[in-house]
Design a protein around this ligand. Sequence first.
Ligand SMILES: [Zn+2]
Length: 232
Amino acid sequence: METYSKEMIEEAKDKIKLLIDIVHNLEDVFKGRHFTLDGHLVGSIGEVMAVYYYGISLYEASAPVHDGKSPDGREVQIKITQADSILIGDSPDYLIAFHMDRETGDIEEIYNGPGAVPFTKAYHYQKHNNRYMRVSMLCKEDKKVVESERIPMLHKIKKYQINLQKARNINKKTTITGYINKNQQKNLGIIGNKGTLKGQRLYKMCCMNCGFEYEANGCDIWLRRCPSCQNK
Ligand SMILES: [Zn+2]
């Protein structure tokens, strides 16, 4: 079993903070462009953390469904997100999901338990064979996991506490970028084009359940439902 030392993990955390600084620098210079850390880079951070905190033995990078095995032989899918949802691929035996803070790089455990429940409750995304699950829902599911169904920790990792109030309504104003309405529809910001109603502007909206993006009049943001997954 390959293990990583505390020093190696501390170094990784320092490097992550550097990366976040670089992202901020680039975004300062190139206004309006996003240099989001994602893809393999963030996925590998999650895997490295899983080795350290739970003693997971990682499979080959291309292995399907599961990313590794726990010391007691349970197969685990490892996920990490900086956003409001995670993507679950296939139905894993066990799921460990981390949250990485966009500003601080802090990594915390969102979920540790059987994979079947989150997978069945996640939303199917039309285009891919992947499912999205809201971090808030995953936090709720985590509370139901019995201790024997958790992958034991080798090192203590903090549990991610979702701040719903903060996530939902820093500002009550629905036209503020980042506002999330009661249907979990997020305002991604003004597009600038005239809306379909007189005097209205169009905003880009994103469904936090399935990731679908669409446009809405400013006055409709508070009540919009996802045209893809809530259109019933
Ligand atoms: Zn949706």
